[in-house]
Design a protein around this ligand. Structure first.
Ligand code: SF4
Length: 491
């Protein structure tokens, strides 16, 4: 097996318009300044995209970028980034994911894959250490993400696929790899606009070796011990997953309820991590490799399904006034199969419920009622009826019908499950995050509400904290380690 010391520095550049493939060699200066993952992906797109490029046009580029640590066995290093110009916001977007695609790409010997152009017909790419094969994907078009991955099932591969939402250019469509998603910013619509249904990578051709193995082993041991000793990474998240945040948000009055009109609710603990663990026979279902183990699966509706994450149980649950975990798991599954981001989907549905309540739009969707939500999700994915308008997101809806004051987005990206009125630093982070309403750019809610290290309603020094954590988180997202590793490394 071929050995790669650190990084191969080889990036595949695929042009779907002419079925052409080039290889770009990453320069040492680029590696030093931008590492990999999000940082290097943004730099490569900055160099290649023209100002004014249409996010759904042939000229837009999708970059898939494993991190520097991928394949080394470093704790929680299974993450990779996708970077593109977002059709939801019109600005650059990056999304991080822990599915099997990244590891396969890196161990196939590639440090990234850039895709531009538009195929003349539905296409899939098959990537090996030797290069890229273009395959007709007509028989896959129209299938959901689960069906597509089942059809493509090839041994030792990692896949990226889109569902009907991506094909139909829903502006918050995502990309699936296994049970995990490149969720935010409409990456799936960009793939759909290129007639690209799937990318399959056959990994395992190369072994990734750290430059200084003894030093790496020492640091890995230390990092693993930190993770295991930390109360959040070795305790709370390992036991309950991210829905552990429900009880913490409730205590801080920042749980999103009914389109962020309230921060608490008497039934809220029904969707907590504690309740799900108690009643759903949960077990670990994680990115690989992972030391923290926040991902869970459990029994919902008699089936074993991925357990909804905190953002999903809140934005697609409490924010709609629904506290029935069975319903939320069902909607999570529909979004997963259709290929839609649960945060933007939930934020858009919540806006519709409030707009209907205020008489701005006609809809039967109501806060507190699950009726009609499943159908609305399918209508969005297939752009049927009012679903066609909902597929544009809450910003576009509010600009058309009025109600911009309760469209809960920043720069077009719907905000995540923490009410900024109870966490000022987190609110500032939403406001200035480079991809829009992103909770992960600085995640000050942890220091302000969960850990009581900063006063949530104070403003002093908050700008400095946001700037510091934005920079730090971007480093982590460029190494492509899991952001949760920051808890043990900092506390
Ligand atoms: S902690 Fe969770 S998100 Fe992070 S790498 Fe592990 S399973 Fe993935």
């Amino acid at each position: 097996m071929k050995e790669i010391i650190g990084t191969s520095n080889r990036i595949l550049e695929v042009d779907l318009s002419g079925s052409k493939v080039d290889i770009y060699e990453v320069k040492p200066r680029e590696r030093r300044l931008y590492l990999g993952g999000k940082g290097l992906g943004l730099k490569l797109l900055y160099d290649r995209l023209q100002p004014g490029a249409d996010p759904l046009g042939e000229e837009n580029i999708l970059a898939f970028m494993p991190g520097v640590l991928m394949g080394t066995g470093a704790p929680c290093s299974a993450r990779f980034a996708a970077v593109t110009k977002s059709p939801l916001t019109g600005i650059m977007a990056a999304s991080s994911c822990g599915g099997p695609f990244g590891m396969n790409l890196k161990t196939a010997g590639w440090d990234g894959l850039l895709v531009r152009g538009k195929a003349a017909r539905p296409t899939s790419l098959f990537v090996t250490s030797e290069g890229v094969e273009f395959r007709h994907a007509g028989e896959l078009w129209g299938l959901d993400t689960t069906e597509t991955q089942a059809k493509l099932d090839e041994k030792r591969t990692g896949m990226l696929v889109i569902g009907p939402a991506g094909e139909n250019l829903v502006r918050f469509a995502n990309i699936a790899t296994g049970d995990r998603f490149l969720g935010r910013g409409g990456m799936g619509a960009v793939m759909g606009s290129k007639n690209l249904k799937a990318i399959v990578v056959l990994g395992g051709a190369c072994k990734i070796i750290p430059v200084d193995q003894p030093a790496f082993d020492r640091l890995k041991k230390k990092a693993t011990a930190y993770i295991n000793q930390n109360g959040i990474t070795g305790g709370l998240y390992r036991n309950l997953g991210t829905p552990a945040n429900v009880a913490l948000s409730l205590k801080g009055n920042i749980l999103p309820v009914n389109n962020f009109s309230d921060g608490t609710h008497a039934q809220a603990l029904q969707i907590s991590g504690e309740e799900t663990k108690k009643n759903r026979e949960t077990s670990h279902h994680t990115c690989k490799p992972c030391t923290i183990l926040c991902g869970k699966k459990g029994k919902f509706g008699g089936e074993e399904l991925p357990s909804p994450e905190y953002e999903t149980v809140t934005i697609l649950g409490s924010n709609l006034g629904v506290f029935d975990i069975e319903k939320i798991a069902e909607w999570n599954r529909i979004c997963g199969k259709m290929g839609m981001d649960t945060i933007s989907t939930g934020g858009t549905l919540a806006w519709v419920m409030e707009a209907a309540q205020r008489g701005l739009v006609r809809s039967d969707l109501k806060f507190g009622s699950p009726d009609g939500v499943s159908q609305a999700l399918l209508n969005i994915a297939h752009k049927k009826g009012f679903g066609e308008e909902m597929a544009q997101g809450s910003r576009a809806l509010s600009e058309k019908y009025g109600g911009t004051s309760f469209a809960m987005h920043v720069k077009g990206l719907e905000i995540a499950g923490y009410d900024p009125r109870g966490s000022f630093g987190h609110g500032l982070a939403y406001a200035v995050a480079n991809r829009g309403g992103c909770h992960l750019s600085a995640f000050l809610v942890a220091q302000e509400v969960f850990l009581h290290l900063l006063r949530p309603h104070a403003v002093r020094a908050k700008a400095d904290y946001v700037r510091f954590f934005e920079s730090l988180n971007n480093c982590v997202n460029s190494l492509q380690s899991c952001l949760f590793t920051l808890f043990p490394y900092l506390l």
